[in-house]
Design a protein around this ligand. Structure first.
Ligand code: ZN
Length: 366
């Protein structure tokens, strides 16, 4: 497949193309299937689609790649799935390796080019079991400018100025790369939900089923927008048993990070990893979030990001709440999460290819 066709413009196009790739799985594995689950009512036809293949002889390693947890990031994520099928398949041994490729974990968000779900939930802050204490959680960071984050009237005309007058670069960097969730205001930005959402539950249950027959599980979750422009961060969490230094020694990738406190944030990758490790104490579980940067880590880049997030959120509540044009708001949001720029796309695929190779070879998969 030509790499230009990896990036589709609509959710339907992206899903249709993804579904055709079952033929590529058939060429390699005997036991393949296309599986889907609906999010929301079936009439809306929002599905998460999974290409499954199971090891033909003795199952050793299950490789799971998920995309579109943040809906709009699902376009680059789908490209990453095609890249895996076209470029990594030759290296994978179907006798011992199973795969699960997941398109559109948040299909409504992908369809509408939004990051959140139809219920305004950031799924990467939604993976919690215990909700009682959490439902009042509202970080001071957002309380200080509730008028921006939970607007109930038009935003101030110059959002960028308001942000620069209120927040330090460190705070703006946090909002760009690891925004803390709030669980108190369902119409507010960075809402992590008040319960575990349907999309989160269905993914978690599938993970448990899928992992059962394998000794080792490797999970990658594809994202865009965080980290420095032009870099692909491979982000491990506190469940990873190796230190950051050990990871750097074992995996030939230039941008490795190890986060802390990801479970407490309700981060999907971290909580799913912990869940698998507790369900299957004998299995090796390795999980990483892949984050492709789109804007520079400068004051300008941080301000661009928060302004784009705030205006896109306010626009979703009411077009009367924004003074920037709808077209500009959509373009800013797109530049942040699904850049159209050919050079960016090519570099993203190049780095993702190298990252796949580096991680899979360090795990003995290639
Ligand atoms: Zn994301």
């Amino acid at each position: 497949m030509n790499e230009n066709s990896y990036f589709q413009e609509t959710y339907e196009q992206s899903r249709a193309l993804f579904r055709t790739r079952i033929d590529d799985l058939r060429e390699k594995w005997d036991r393949v299937a296309l599986y889907k689950w609906f999010i929301g009512v079936p009439q809306d036809d929002n599905t998460a689609d999974v290409l499954l293949a199971d090891a033909s002889e003795s199952p050793e390693t299950l490789l799971i790649i998920t995309s579109g947890l943040h809906g709009v990031e699902g376009y680059a994520g789908a490209a990453g799935l095609h890249l895996f099928i076209d470029e990594l398949f030759p290296y994978v041994d179907p006798k011992v390796t199973g795969i699960r490729l997941v398109h559109g974990v948040n299909p409504w968000g992908m369809r509408h080019r939004r990051r959140v779900t139809a219920r305004n939930v950031d799924l990467n802050r939604n993976f919690h079991k215990d909700w009682a204490a959490r439902r009042k959680q509202m970080p001071l960071l957002y309380q200080r400018r509730r008028d921006l984050f939970t607007p109930e009237s038009p935003l101030p005309p110059d959002v960028r100025y308001e942000l620069s007058a209120t927040y330090s670069d460190i705070e703006l960097a946090e909002m760009k790369n690891t925004p803390p969730p709030q669980h108190a205001e369902r119409f507010g930005l960075y809402f992590g939900g008040a319960q575990m959402e349907e999309a989160s539950q269905k993914l978690a249950l599938s993970f448990s089923d899928w992992a059962a027959g394998y000794k080792q599980i490797i999970h990658l979750d594809l994202h865009t927008g965080g980290g420095p422009q032009g870099e692909l961060q491979m982000i491990f969490n506190e469940n990873e048993v190796r230190s950051a230094q050990e990871l750097e020694q074992e995996i030939a990738h230039p941008w490795i990070q190890k986060g802390d406190g990801s479970v407490e944030l309700g981060d999907a990758t971290a909580v799913l990893q912990q869940y698998l490790m507790r369900t299957y104490p004998g299995k090796r579980v390795v999980s990483a979030l892949m984050e492709a940067g789109t804007v520079p880590e400068t004051s300008d880049g941080f301000l661009f990001c928060s302004r784009a997030m705030i205006e896109e959120h306010a626009l979703s509540i009411s077009p009367d709440y924004v003074s920037t044009s709808t077209q500009d708001i959509r373009e800013h949001f797109r530049a942040l999460f699904d850049p159209k720029d050919t050079a960016w796309r090519r570099e993203y695929l190049r780095q993702l290819y190298k990252a796949y190779l580096a991680l899979f070879s360090s795990e003995g998969l290639l």
